[in-house]
Design a protein around this ligand. Structure first.
Ligand code: CP3
Length: 350
């Protein structure tokens, strides 16, 4: 059904198999730093209209691959599609980031939530995956993704982005049973959603735990890692005759890498606060590592970008198991020329 994969560096590196050069993709590679993204986004209307129209989601997914020789495409969507499909009413207020019309705060509101059927409420996502696979025509593998239960719960309970996490931390300390019920529903929802993406053609999947780093060490295990482990255990790990690698990324989770590697995932994403050489010594025998250039390096000159990228390559060192990426998403103000320089440097090697 699908065309053969012409560039399998990403999949090989995630499985710690030898590669010719280090593969690279960039978190938020389809986004506002690209003028062609801003043009398609303007045509679509709202950000969610863009996500909900498979032809447009496909178009923006492919834009960075047309510009740069990247080693992976990542589905254009958002982690907040799941809570939106649960009826919370996602919208983006200009300059304010994501918001929900109906946040969930009480035990009764949590008990009333049900995991959406990904083939119904989220059919626009699986339709986009199928279309992107067709249009990619084997140029590079397609990564599917979801938010972690904890990270989704923070947005659902806070009603949007947060710095203090006052409502969800309040729930965690006052009514942990209700929070566990919410995380349980979300773990089922995420497992079904990722399996639907895999069935539709996603060749690797990544779980974004953007806010796991806001937890205490014991809180992280109980409220975030436990549910990511459940998801890893419930995922389809083999499709189209290939293993489907799973990457876990907890922003601010550098001190918990050993526990994360124990979940049975294939790779860990690292933010820029962790030394990748140190991470490799700690868990490199168990999992591949993805990262971890400081996204702010891209504000510097091409020469400085190349120098800093080579430092990351050198810190990881020889041998397989490294996927180059930024430590978090690319900022909207970055000049695309910096990305061209970065990709060229990583492929040239140190
Ligand atoms: O990586 C990719 O290129 C794939 C697409 C992708 C988007 N969001 C597109 C997007 C992915 C993987 C995400 C994940 C996501 N979304 C996360 C986890 C990763 C992370 O950054 O930690 C989170 C926390 C979200 C929630 C979210 N969605 C935020 C905080 C924002 C930014 C709001 C803003 O105005 O800055 C979004 C919107 C969003 N998601 C945009 C894009 C390209 C920008 C929307 C626009 O075009 O206006």
């Amino acid at each position: 059904m699908h065309q053969p994969l012409h560039n399998d560096r990403l999949l090989r590196a995630l499985l710690r198999e030898p590669v010719d050069v280090t593969p690279i993709w960039i978190m938020r590679q389809a986004g506002r730093y690209l003028p062609e993204y801003r043009a398609t986004r303007a045509r679509a209307g709202s950000f969610m209209d863009l996500c909900r129209t498979p032809e447009l989601a496909c178009e923006v997914t492919l834009q960075p691959l047309t510009r740069f020789p990247l080693d992976a495409a990542i589905l254009f969507s958002d982690i907040l599609t799941i809570p939106d499909a649960m009826g919370l009413g996602l919208y983006f207020a200009e300059g304010e980031g994501p918001r929900f019309e109906r946040p969930v705060r009480s035990a009764a509101e949590i008990a009333a939530l049900a995991a959406p059927d990904p083939e119904i409420e989220l059919a626009y996502v699986t339709d986009a995956v199928r279309l992107i696979r067709q249009e990619l025509a084997g140029r590079a593998p397609l990564i599917g993704f979801s938010g972690s239960p904890w990270t989704l719960a923070t947005y659902m309970v806070e009603g949007g982005s947060s710095k203090e996490f006052s409502h969800i931390k309040g729930l965690l300390y006052e009514n942990p049973a209700a929070l566990h019920q919410l995380l349980d529903t979300l773990a089922s929802a995420v497992t079904a959603y990722l399996n639907a993406q895999i069935a539709a053609g996603a060749q690797a999947v990544m779980i974004f735990d953007t806010w796991g780093g806001s937890l205490t060490p014991s809180g992280y295990r109980e409220f975030s890692l436990h549910y990511m482990q459940r998801i890893v255990e419930g995922l389809t790990r083999e499709n189209e005759g290939h293993r489907v690698p799973v990457t876990l990324f907890t922003k601010g989770g550098g001190q918990w890498l050993e526990a994360m590697a124990e979940t049975g995932c294939d790779a860990l994403g690292l933010d820029w606060t962790t030394d990748i050489a140190d991470a490799r010594r700690r868990v490199g025998g168990q999992v591949a590592l993805q990262g971890n250039l400081d996204p702010a390096v891209l504000y510097a000159s091409n020469e400085r970008v190349a120098e800093e990228a080579r430092k990351v390559l050198a810190a990881y060192g020889d041998g397989p198991g490294h996927v180059f990426n930024l430590g978090h998403g690319i900022h909207p103000a970055i000049d695309p020329e910096r990305v061209a320089a970065l990709v060229e440097t990583v492929h040239a090697g140190r």
